[in-house]
Design a binder for this molecule. Structure first.
Ligand SMILES: Cc1ncc(COP(=O)(O)O)c(C=O)c1O
Length: 456
């Protein structure tokens, strides 16, 4: 592995970001109009930020009109090593010219990725795991994890959490808590119960009490003979809830869930699709809580530069499936596997985990300072570069419009940020881990200015 100086993490960006004239520009408007005419009515993202991308490099992107942005949402948590990271694209080009689709026949990149994932696996999963590749999206990994837990356990139900997002396929949607997202498709999977996730903000309780209450509830669902849930197979949890609002559980929650699963012979499935692959400054967010999952789902950043790849890692004791018991045509995307290997190497070589921890601390401290100018900025949370800032009005109600205005203000000045939360009142930052300190300073100048300008 040799990363050329020109490809080091602070070198791989457009120098001129941010540089914005009029947004949306004329070419962007034309593409948006065409998209409106041709594409599905389900298209969502351009309704929040009307942008049409032309190219991207590192933590910067350009639209079709030549405006250049600092990207603080990174393809919604996918581009951890940055847009078109040259160390990754080099291998991708090579691989595309060799072979691209290999189902589950062995290839060197596949074996290399399995070996690399084993080395970076959390806790005792390292050295004791198996990995199944199925379909290419995160939801596919969630479906696989549920099948695996059912196959190995005595039950079929799951405990999931309020505020959870696990994807749009039927099983994943059953675990997801957003009612409007799923209400047209019920009945979904039966025997799924949503327990409270510890989320003390705005409630009259301490962090410790929030954990105790949440764990008591989960334990009751599993152990109370009259809880109504006859046959749970497992518990499915995001170690930090992403779509739910970067809800970062206090200490004790994940270990408490592990204890409940162990006491009751259940499988603990930790969904690392958004929180994993270095996002929080550890390879996996579960490491912050010193809890080893039985099963762990991964996707998003796994494909290196946004190539579709998901996987489910599980303890080798659960490796009981027979031949072909879990399948998927696209389970051998060898280009994405190669990209995943390169991304792991890049994160290691460039020390991006510790960089993410330091930069995350800096960004959170800038946001907390901004809270002095905005009474509406209620809480700043997260770990590493998984960052949320929740806004509420004087009555403590969600300040959704304010967050939309902040997002728009930033976009007009060349910084892309995203939102999250039950009511869309959380500003969510998921920048590539290659974001530099000086880019973060510029971006945070604009974000904090937006907060000061737009708050009451
Ligand atoms: C925690 C989590 N799980 C699952 C998913 C679903 O992944 P995908 O959209 O790739 O199907 C997402 C997507 O945002 C996610 O954030």
């Amino acid at each position: 592995m040799a990363i050329e100086p020109a490809h080091e993490y602070d070198q791989i960006h457009y120098d001129d970001a941010p540089s914005v004239e009029t947004v949306p520009g004329p070419k962007t408007k034309r593409l948006l109009k065409q998209q409106n005419r041709l594409d599905s009515s389900a298209v969502a993202y351009p309704n929040d930020i009307p942008i049409a991308f032309e190219e991207g490099l590192g933590a910067t992107v350009r639209d079709v009109d030549g405006n250049t942005f600092i990207d603080m949402f990174g393809g919604i948590g996918v581009l951890n090593v940055g847009h078109s990271n040259p160390y990754v694209t080099e291998a991708v080009h090579e691989q595309v010219d060799k072979i691209t689709h290999t189902i589950d026949f062995p290839t060197e990149p596949r074996i290399e990725l399995l070996e690399k994932l084993d080395k970076i696996a959390p806790g005792s999963l390292s050295g004791n795991n198996r990995v199944v590749f199925g379909g290419p999206t995160g939801s596919d990994a969630i479906e696989a994890s549920m099948k695996l837990a059912k196959y190995n356990g005595n039950g079929h139900g799951f405990v999931a959490f309020r505020g959870a997002y696990h994807g749009p396929t039927s099983g994943a949607m059953s675990l997801t808590s957003n009612k409007s997202f799923k209400k047209e498709y019920t009945p979904l999977l039966p025997d799924i119960v949503h327990a409270p996730y510890p989320y003390p903000f705005g409630q009259d309780k301490t962090e410790a009490d929030a954990v105790v209450d949440a764990l008591d509830e989960v334990r009751a669902i599993v152990e109370d003979p009259y809880s109504g849930v006859a046959n749970p197979a497992g518990i499915v949890v995001e170690p930090i809830q992403g779509e739910g609002g970067v809800i970062t559980p206090p200490e004790g929650f994940l270990p408490g869930l592990k204890e409940i699963t162990e006491d009751n012979g259940l499988t603990l499935i930790v969904d690392e699709i958004q929180s994993g692959f270095g996002r929080t400054g550890e390879w996996w967010a579960s490491e912050w809580y010193e809890t080893t999952p039985d099963v762990m789902t991964m996707a998003k950043a796994l494909g290196g530069i946004g190539l579709p790849l998901s996987a489910t890692m599980y303890h080798e004791d659960l490796d009981t499936w027979g031949e072909g018991a879990h399948a998927g045509t696209y389970r051998g995307h060898v280009v994405a596997m190669r990209a995943g290997c390169r991304a792991i190497e890049y994160i290691q070589d460039q020390n991006l985990l510790s960089h993410a921890r330091d930069l995350g601390t800096y960004i959170r401290s800038r946001l907390r300072e901004a809270a002095d100018q905005s009474k509406q900025l209620g809480e700043v949370r997260g770990k590493g570069l998984f960052i949320g800032a929740e806004f509420v009005d004087a009555n403590g109600d969600p300040a959704t419009d304010l967050v939309d205005e902040i997002q728009q203000y930033c976009y007009e000045r060349g910084v892309l940020v995203w939102t999250a939360g039950r009511y869309g009142n959380v500003l969510r930052l998921l920048p590539p881990l290659v974001l530099t300190r000086s880019q973060a300073e510029i971006a945070l100048d604009i974000v904090t200015e937006a907060i000061a300008e737009r708050s009451d």
